[in-house]
Design a protein around this ligand. Structure first.
Ligand SMILES: Nc1ncnc2c1ncn2[C@@H]1O[C@H](COP(=O)(O)OP(=O)(O)OP(=O)(O)O)[C@@H](O)[C@H]1O
Ligand SMILES: [Mg+2]
Length: 261
């Protein structure tokens, strides 16, 4: 069967992202403890887990902003330890937890610089802004002249501007109000599907993870403690840790249903 979006046939193409027995320690303490994870091409993964569980560390290793003490990380089958990290980063869209826009450039320049450096080409900045719900008027401002949520949208537009196949987002919706958050989540999922991306989204919001992702990976204390589809999670098939985390959205949904009666 052929579909519009390029999808890998299992067993043929290399997975978009693969961690093999990855350990990362800081001062003897494991931020990641022998983590193995494979993300197939075209899949949308939500990475959840409490603060300090190792989510950002995992993403940073994929982009070689950090290096493992043990194990290896492969992007499209290639070990990121070999090769040029700059070339690697030009292939991966990355949204930082703290956004990290260039303060002295306009918003439009922040979006345009990536493709210019990576491919020497210009992109349609107006469309890139529009895709994340911003306008050309926002593009003319400096990042500091935008709200936190608007800056986060620019971060997403900037990551997408280089036309990556792999998109890594570290809590990109942290400073957004719930309505915008929901809208931008849908936008992200739509772009994931239409561009045939492989996406890893770090989020603290279990509802968001369940509603947006094909697969939810849950971390705790540097290990993966659950890895399942949203449906499996909701059917209680993902283990005790997943059930504990799911208890909160379940209880909230039940309380809302009660109030509505
Ligand atoms: N540069 C560093 N030096 C020392 N410890 C670090 C460093 N970076 C991360 N850690 C530790 O590694 C662990 C994992 O951190 P990480 O940032 O990956 O967590 P996280 O899951 O992203 O948390 P959050 O949800 O708060 O962003 C934490 O205990 C953190 O304190
Ligand atoms: Mg983090």
């Amino acid at each position: 069967m052929w579909t519009d979006a390029p999808r890998a046939t299992p067993g043929q193409a290399a997975p978009a992202l693969r961690f093999e027995q990855v350990t990362r320690r800081h001062d003897g303490v494991s931020a990641l403890d022998a983590v193995s994870l494979q993300v197939e091409s075209g899949v949308f993964v939500a990475l959840v887990g409490p603060s300090g569980s190792g989510k950002s560390t995992l993403l940073r290793l994929a982009n070689r902003l950090d290096r493992p003490d043990e194990g290896c990380v492969l992007v499209e089958g290639r070990d990121v330890a070999h090769g040029d990290p700059v070339q690697l980063r030009r292939r991966i869209g990355y949204v930082f937890q703290n956004v990290g826009l260039f303060p002295h450039m306009s918003v439009a320049e922040n979006i345009a610089i990536g493709p210019r450096v990576a491919h020497g080409g210009d992109i349609d900045v107006a469309t890139a802004l529009e895709e994340v719900g911003l306008t050309a008027e926002h593009g003319a401002r400096r990042p500091a002249q935008l709200s936190g949520g608007q800056q986060q949208r620019v971060g997403i537009a900037r990551a997408l501007a280089i036309r990556p196949r792999l998109l890594l987002l570290d809590e990109p919706f942290g400073a957004l109000d719930p309505v915008t958050r929901d809208q931008l989540g849908h936008t992200l999922r739509r772009l994931h599907d239409s561009r045939g991306l492989t996406t890893v989204l770090v989020t603290h919001d279990m509802n968001e993870a369940l509603l947006l992702a094909d697969r939810v990976v849950m971390m705790n204390q540097g290990r993966i403690v659950a890895d399942a589809t949203p449906r499996e999670m909701l059917h209680g098939l993902a283990g005790a840790e997943a059930d504990t985390l799911l208890a909160i959205p379940r209880a909230q949904a039940a309380r809302l249903a009660e109030l509505a009666q």
